[in-house]
Design a protein around this ligand. Structure first.
Ligand code: ATP
Ligand code: MG
Length: 183
């Protein structure tokens, strides 16, 4: 379609809804018969079953979800060597570049990639590498990045940026993550 312009979209902020918004966009894209790839930068070593991953098994190969992270970094009892997290995030970035340049996808979602740029006291990947991915994006392909605290350079490079703002979150009342809503 002549008018199609692949967008770079960022969902950031401290309120819930960043990954959920990206999954909503994925659902629309899938409905149009598009090919969608989600690369998750932290998820991958947690003992929960993600709904998106289960759906991807049913919709393969139109919809793929790759959980390439090694789980929580330095929190929630993480005992893995820090290098292991860095290597996993680097591998996820390399795979992103390779898949993106294959031209096989209409929408690629880099879930939580913005956390990997630096969060609390860790940094797994370089900002310049993510900016390069945005620059090299095929013109028709849409790219979504999620994660709190998007740096100014990412905001600048994006076409659409939405900040989720927390007004209330059940976690504050001690209500744990809910299947179908949080994972
Ligand atoms: P979701 O995946 O539910 O759309 P998110 O992508 O906006 O949330 P992340 O920052 O990626 O949120 O957080 C990952 C997990 O932390 C999710 O399970 C989410 O429900 C939970 N979470 C998100 N926002 C908050 C918050 N403000 N307080 C507590 N927990 C949160
Ligand atoms: Mg998220």
């Amino acid at each position: 379609m002549a008018s199609r312009k692949g967008l770079t979209i960022v969902y950031t902020g401290n309120g819930k809804g960043k990954t959920s918004a990206a999954l909503g966009a994925a659902m629309r894209a899938l409905g149009h018969g598009w090919r969608v790839l989600i690369i998750q930068f932290f998820k991958g070593d947690w003992p929960v079953v993600y709904g998106e991953l289960e759906l991807a098994k049913r919709l393969h190969p139109q919809f793929e979800v790759l959980q390439l992270g090694r789980g929580f970094v330095k929190i929630m009892g993480d005992k893995k060597p820090f290098e292991e997290h860095v290597e996993a995030a680097q591998a996820a970035l390399n795979l992103t570049r390779e898949r993106m340049l294959s031209g096989n996808y209409d929408l690629i979602i880099l879930d939580e990639v913005i956390y990997a740029l630096g969060y609390l006291d860790f940094k797994l990947i370089d900002l310049k590498d993510v900016l390069q991915i945005i620059r090299e994006k095929p013109p028709q392909m849409h790219l979504i990045l999620t994660g709190r605290n998007a740096p100014a350079e990412i905001i600048e490079a994006a076409d659409l940026v939405t900040e989720m703002m927390e007004i209330k979150h059940p976690m504050k009342k001690g209500i744990p993550a809910q299947q179908g809503i949080d994972y």
